[in-house]
Ligand binder design. Structure first.
Ligand code: ACM
Length: 522
């Protein structure tokens, strides 16, 4: 009896110790390879021991350039609220020997390209190295996910802020990884767009496509045609008050995105999807009489006049002003669902628009229908509906942006019970959204023909950020991983576990997500 009692007491003591250790270190990791990162990096190696970020930590940057100062500030802004520390940035002097995050650029590693990075975590410090400040920015997103989920809190949380030692090497599979937001069917203010940018940036996406004009609204100020926003911006689906971005506000959004290494692609959809412009500018109509504003959700009933000189004068003004607000290479001209434009009018129209975009120094992106026209290499076709259109684009030497509606449309319902979203392309549960390979989607279109992937969020059924988040999450991280991680390194069984472990992060980021039963939430 005596021995059993002693054993039992020993058991109690060890259990108590184990429990109190777990309580003190709620997420203390012991293996870097077990960290549930999304997107999954190219390689992760574990080493013994841990790094702990403590008070008085320092972020040290290897070069005092505006870009590096900005990413370092971005990093300390992620670290300070939750840790309660005052992590400072050092731009010169000796490198601290401990409690330090070193950000090092210009490492001339061709494998990493423009966006890749390497991370080395030791007990003394974290070294994040890349060729560019952009690579450092992507690596910071990984660093966020290596820390406990509570790092995402805006208020002070208990540490410890511990990361397992080891090394990560990482770079993207595709150059273009994007999401679209339709601000035309419902208008969303700059605050919503900025949060959307922050959410896509957290998963290393690098393009934001803004659908700025459609039948229901024109959302970008064009100074030569103020009626576009005064009239065309005055309503939205359901008849609400709509809205638009002044050029100043739009430029602020573009800069906010650029600070997160996200390029904005503006879209003015044409020749269909143009009722808001036709309602604003009488001369765009055949009889010079404006049409009525439209607040329904039908498509395919409007068209610009393809045989009127005025149409092209107007478009030249629009694209000239838009090009000035667009530091990125692309302008999107829509071109989808122009059901009331005759094919013999549609084709020369798209070719003329391509000339205008090109004369304003930009490359054209169009939905897949635009490949019917003689598009020039450098133009991009966005595949959403018809594989034959995308294949025709490849035969013309175009790169394809993959957004197959049945897989990648963020506005499709998850299942028949979903309150938000549409279902014309099918239901897209989280596994359906994840289980596809852009390079195997269309026979004859392989990786070298593909610029990247984009997940569009059309806004017929959503009118505020909570509703946007519900459609965005948890599908968005999957699209980000499809774009970033080589398809050979991806599978749903592994991904769903990592996704389930993001739940804590979603909570601290205050994301309203759909709690799919397909995902083992932790
Ligand atoms: C589209 O969904 N009409 C491109």
């Amino acid at each position: 009896m005596k021995t059993i009692n002693a054993r039992f007491i020993l058991f109690l003591i060890t259990s108590f110790l184990a429990l109190s250790l777990t309580a003190a270190q709620p997420s203390a990791p012991n293996d870097l390879t077990m960290t549930p990162l999304i997107p999954k990096p190219v390689s992760i190696n574990n080493a013994e021991g841990v790094f702990e970020l403590k008070n008085n930590a320092v972020v040290w940057i290897s070069e005092n350039t505006p870009g590096m100062v900005k990413v370092a500030k971005y990093l300390t802004d992620r670290l300070n609220p939750a840790t309660g520390f005052n992590v400072i940035i050092l731009t010169s002097g000796t490198i601290p020997t401990s409690n330090c995050i070193l950000l090092e650029t210009n490492i001339s590693n061709s494998q990493l390209g423009q966006e890749g990075y390497e991370l080395k975590i030791t007990a003394e410090n974290i070294r994040l190295a890349a060729n560019t400040a952009e690579g450092i920015f992507r690596g910071i997103q990984t660093l966020r996910q290596l820390l406990p989920a509570s790092i995402e809190s805006n208020t002070r949380q208990e540490g410890p802020w511990v990361i397992a030692n080891g090394a990560i090497l990482d770079y993207p599979a595709y150059a273009y990884r994007g999401a679209m937001l339709d601000v035309a069917r419902h208008f969303f203010g700059a605050d919503v767009v900025k949060r959307y940018i922050d959410l896509i940036a957290a998963y290393k996406m690098n393009y934001l496509h803004l659908h700025l004009a459609d039948d229901q609204g024109w959302r970008i100020e064009i100074k030569s045609w103020p009626a576009l926003t005064e009239i065309g911006g005055s309503t939205q689906v359901g008849g609400g008050k709509g809205g638009f971005y002044s050029q100043d506000t739009y430029n602020e959004i573009v800069q906010y995105a650029a600070d997160r290494y996200i390029t904005v692609v503006p879209e003015i959809d044409m020749p269909g999807h143009t009722n808001a412009a036709l309602a604003s500018i009488p001369k765009l109509n055949p009889d010079n009489n404006p049409v009525k504003l439209y607040t329904g959700t039908n498509v395919g009933f409007s068209t610009l006049q393809t045989n009127k000189d005025f149409t092209y004068e107007f478009l030249n003004d629009v694209f000239r002003e838009l090009a000035v607000m667009t530091p990125g290479p692309y302008i999107h001209v829509g071109g989808d669902e122009s059901h009331v434009t005759k094919k013999e009018d549609y084709i020369p129209f798209i070719e003329h628009v391509q000339e205008i975009v090109s004369a304003n120094g930009k490359q054209m992106i169009g939905w897949d229908e635009t490949t019917q026209a003689a598009l020039k290499p450098g133009a991009i076709a966005q595949y959403w509906a018809k594989a034959e259109n995308a294949k025709r684009g490849v035969s013309k030497g175009l790169k394809i942006l993959m957004s197959p509606a049945a897989k990648a449309y963020l506005d499709m319902k998850y299942d028949p019970k979903s309150q938000l979203g549409l279902s014309w392309a099918g239901y897209i549960e989280v596994d359906t959204g994840y289980k596809w390979d852009p390079a195997r989607m269309v026979p004859g279109i392989s990786k070298e023909n593909i610029l990247g992937i984009e997940a569009p969020l059309w806004s017929e059924t959503v009118s505020n950020m909570d509703e946007i988040e519900y459609l965005l999450f948890p599908r968005l991280p999957g699209y980000a991983e499809i774009g970033w991680t080589d398809s050979a390194d991806r599978n749903w069984e592994d991904y769903k576990v990592r996704l389930g472990q993001q739940a804590g992060r979603f909570k601290f980021m205050e994301i309203d997500y759909y709690p799919s039963v397909k995902v083992p939430w932790k």
